[in-house]
Design a protein around this ligand. Structure first.
Ligand code: NAD
Length: 496
């Protein structure tokens, strides 16, 4: 069985003292193993990044960008293989993997504009014959720690911009589906990145803790679940590092009585069940305003869900694939059990779904649960599976209070035909990314991605303009060149 190693200083490195099984969730079989890096291996990667930094820092941004142009071309050229690897280890259907990769490539395209993005600020004559400017310098060695659900896209949120701004990078992908991530990093080297500029260490907590504690690492970008995000943020901050840690979500869609219900139903079906609900922007709660809207929504969703197809990743006829592991399948079904025990109504039940020929795969069918109330476990916690909860509210204000009171604040969406209501909602709601009749309001690469409340720890969001700031440090220089022979007396007050 192959054991996936690491990419350090431009070469594959094996360190297979500890390993982790990589499953093919569509079949339930083990497809390979990944090596879990020891502290020493991670330190080697940090040392390689540290050694590569001085030359990379001084490489002109336009030259750095040219490497990224070549990287983008290679990603497009190898898209089929990348998507096959994503599907095999993650389970998402191939067309979904293509969408993920396309959103990742967008971030490479944005990073290609780095000479423009790094242009500083300049003021002439801030005092007599004195000029001042602010420039944005790289930080040094930066680490990224990424989740299983977007093995291509989320790393591409991070290192193209970190590298474009002159940093060197150590990436720690999810140990559950690391092969596409490593394959993509090798394409970045093929595009011409010097050895050590981008390193990949596979691993678990030991690797992450080493990255968090090593003084040579200047900043940490993390994406994953909220409990881990919070721990990472505190530990990195306590160690004096800059940190952004994006966490989990519970994204509500408010369905107003005037919404076009047919449109709502098709839109919600894709946003709730696409990628098996394993997206941090998945819509997992529909808040129907008024019983008439709620009853119509339930009836139409029930009809629509009869056409849902769950099955293996390679069959493009399927709407979504398995969840990531057997343990996660059991966890998702456990949430459905708890909803039933706590008095909700299971309208469509995805527990125990069988996919002929793939009986050992980690499948959960699309599930619809009505009459969910805010104190239920299934409402409070992130399920991360193909489960849509319906909560009934009396008014838009009540729906908004529910959303505001939830600990997560990643994304939300309002379905309505009323522009005034939409404007009020998007202005007041305490959530970072808002859709109006748009179910998955994932910002494009030239905006930035980030939730509010316990969906993001840190001040700056991921990718886009915030990433330029996250991966660089402002320096302001004030300069004058006195004429020869001119001498000034000492000044004891600020010049004004
Ligand atoms: P996870 O938190 O289990 O793992 C994320 C990363 O942290 C992985 O690389 C993992 O190896 C590492 N890790 C796990 N346990 C650790 C520990 N105890 N100490 C140090 N590192 C540890 O998350 P996941 O299951 O891979 O991904 C799903 C989660 O990610 C969901 O909660 C989802 O909402 C969230 N997510 C958020 C966003 C966002 O942008 N906000 C995007 C994608 C996923």
């Amino acid at each position: 069985m192959t054991i996936l190693g690491h990419l350090i200083n431009g070469a594959r490195v094996d360190d297979a003292a500890r390993t982790h099984d990589i499953f093919n969730p569509s079949t339930g079989e083990v497809g390979g193993q990944v090596s879990l890096a020891s502290q020493a291996t991670v330190e080697d990667a940090i040392a390689a990044a540290q050694a590569a930094f001085p030359a990379w820092r001084d490489t002109p941004p336009a030259k750095r960008a040219r490497t990224l142009y070549r990287f983008k071309a290679l990603l497009e050229q190898h898209a089929d293989e990348i998507c096959r690897l994503i599907g095999q280890e993650h389970g998402k259907i191939v067309h979904d993997a293509k969408g993920e990769l396309a959103r990742g490539i967008e971030n490479v395209e944005y990073a290609c504009g780095v000479p423009e993005l790094l242009k500083g600020e300049y003021s002439k004559n801030v005092g007599p014959n004195i000029d001042s400017w602010s420039e944005f310098q790289p930080l040094g060695v930066v680490a990224g720690i990424t989740p299983f659900n977007f093995p291509a896209m989320v790393p591409l949120w991070m290192y193209p911009m970190a590298i474009a701004t002159g940093n060197t990078f150590v990436l720690k992908p999810s140990e559950r589906d690391p092969t596409s991530t490593l394959y993509i990093a090798e394409l970045a080297l093929e595009a011409g990145l010097p050895a050590g500029v981008l390193n990949v260490v596979n691993g678990d907590k030991e690797a992450v803790d080493t990255l968090l504690d090593d003084a040579r690492v200047q900043a940490v970008s993390f994406v994953g679940s909220t409990p881990i995000a919070e721990t990472i943020y505190s530990r990195a901050s306590a160690n004096g590092k800059r940190c952004q840690a994006l966490g989990g979500a519970k994204n509500h869609a408010v369905v107003m009585p005037d919404a076009d219900m047919d449109n709502v139903v098709t839109s919600l079906t894709g946003a709730a069940f696409g990628s098996s609900g394993e997206r941090c922007m998945a819509l997992s709660v529909a808040v129907a305003v008024g019983d008439t809207a709620a009853d119509a929504l339930i009836a139409k969703m029930q009809a629509q869900m009869k056409t849902l197809r769950v099955g293996p990743f390679h069959d493009a006829e399927n709407d979504f694939g398995p969840v990531i592991t057997r343990a996660h399948q059991e966890k998702v079904c456990g949430y459905i059990d708890s909803a039933e025990q706590q008095g909700a109504e299971i309208v469509v039940d995805g527990r125990g779904v069988q996919v002929p020929g793939f009986e050992n795969g980690f499948y959960v069918g699309g599930t619809l649960i009505d009459r969910v109330t805010p104190e239920m476990t299934c409402y409070l916690e992130e399920i991360f599976g193909p489960v849509l909860l319906v909560v009934r509210a009396g008014s838009m204000e009540e729906a908004m209070r529910l959303i505001d009171d939830h600990e997560y604040g990643n994304g939300t969406c309002l379905y309505t035909r009323d522009g005034e209501a939409a404007r009020y909602f998007s202005d007041r709601i305490r959530v970072g990314m808002v859709g109006i009749n748009v179910p998955l309001p994932v910002p494009v690469s030239y905006h930035s991605f980030g939730g509010w409340k316990r969906s993001l720890f840190g001040d700056l969001a991921a990718y886009g303009p915030d990433a330029v700031r996250f991966y660089s440090r402002r320096k302001t220089v004030t300069q004058r060149w006195p004429s020869a022979g001119v001498r000034e007396g000492a000044q004891f007050a600020f010049p004004s």
